[in-house]
Design a binder for this molecule. Structure first.
Ligand code: DGY
Length: 326
């Protein structure tokens, strides 16, 4: 690709690496506000831009792409791409790219963190120690779930699901999983494939690792959640809208679920008020990939994808189904 003018890249958030240093031949403009750009501000800053590095909260749809006709690539700083309209990008010959692989371990670590924190009632216990209510040793206080011997049900056995399965096996858990497509035995991490209904009924902990698609939106409906074992724990580091949040709150209130560890929510950044006051719930603000290692790797990967497209090459990490190499 040959340009008669400076090639412009807009980066919609501050990154943990300096994008101008990675793309020294390009004119790089970075959103420097403490709040995210509004949809209108995003469009305005993308006027005349050849490439956009976006995040999950930026909606990339037909209207946006029509408003920014110079864009040749939108490189998302995320592995999930439910914020992007693949067909609209295909129709306009715009590349969409994402960051698979590099955040797998960090996200799996957070799923285990939430699992352990809920299983061992960390918020309640920490609160007692911190607030001067540290009472005498009581054999019946703070009883939680031992991981060894318990069953973990993984919904979505992709790379993050498998990384969680490996960790859970190291803790002595039995693993069940659901998957869209069959997984060879050597890649199952010792897990047993089952249907979702069976997974809900047999698991002490259910952990979600599927992408958000029309098929998985509301997958854990009120009916499906009610199939969980009494006293089960739900962990969600995938996407909020996979779970009917109001139904989860009701089942927590009834004591059907022993607790939940949630990093993602139905209407981020809003958290259901019924979750906020519960001490059997651990809430984090969508930080699955928030480690120095993962976030730096995500930034480099997104910038590499931009550089490739601007050189006229096929990017290394296109969003599956968004555009095929011509
Ligand atoms: C992803 O990569 O999809 C995360 O949810 C955002 O960091």
């Amino acid at each position: 690709m040959h340009y008669q003018r400076p090639v412009r890249v807009f980066v919609s958030r501050r990154l943990p690496v300096d994008p101008a240093a990675v793309l020294p031949d390009h004119e790089v403009d970075v959103w420097d506000g403490d709040r995210p750009p509004t949809a209108a501000e995003l469009r305005e800053r993308c006027q005349g831009a050849d490439a956009l590095l976006s995040v999950l909260a930026d909606r990339i749809d037909a209207d946006f792409l029509d408003a920014c006709p110079m864009l040749k690539v939108v490189a998302s700083f995320a592995v999930g791409f439910d914020n992007m309209d693949l067909e609209a990008a295909r129709e306009r010959d715009v590349w969409l790219t994402h960051t698979p692989g590099v955040l797998t371990d960090s996200t799996a670590d957070l799923a285990m963190t939430l699992l352990l924190a809920v299983a061992r009632r960390l918020p309640e216990a920490e609160d007692e120690a911190r607030t001067g209510h540290f009472g005498p040793f009581a054999p019946t206080a703070f009883l939680g779930l031992q991981l060894a011997g318990a069953t973990l049900g993984i919904v979505g056995m992709g790379s993050i699901g498998r990384a969680v399965a490996r960790r859970a096996r190291a803790f002595g858990m039995d693993v069940l999983y659901t998957s869209r497509s069959p997984i060879p035995v050597e890649d199952r991490e010792g897990g047993e494939p089952v249907e979702l209904e069976e997974l809900m009924a047999r698991s002490d902990v259910v952990s979600l690792h599927c992408p958000l698609t029309p098929e998985t939106r509301g997958l854990l409906s009120a009916d499906m959640l009610a199939r969980a074992k009494k006293g089960a724990i739900l962990v969600n580091t995938a996407r909020g809208p996979i779970v009917d949040e109001a139904a989860l709150v009701a089942l927590l209130e009834q004591g059907h679920f022993a607790g939940a560890g949630l990093d993602v929510f139905e209407e981020e950044p809003r958290v259901h008020p019924g979750l906020l006051e519960r001490r059997d719930v651990v809430l984090t603000p969508h930080i699955g990939s928030a480690t120095h290692t993962a976030r730096r790797a995500m930034a480099h990967m997104a910038l590499r994808n931009i550089a490739a497209v601007l050189r006229g090459e096929t990017p290394p990490n296109p969003v599956p189904g968004s555009r095929s190499p011509s």
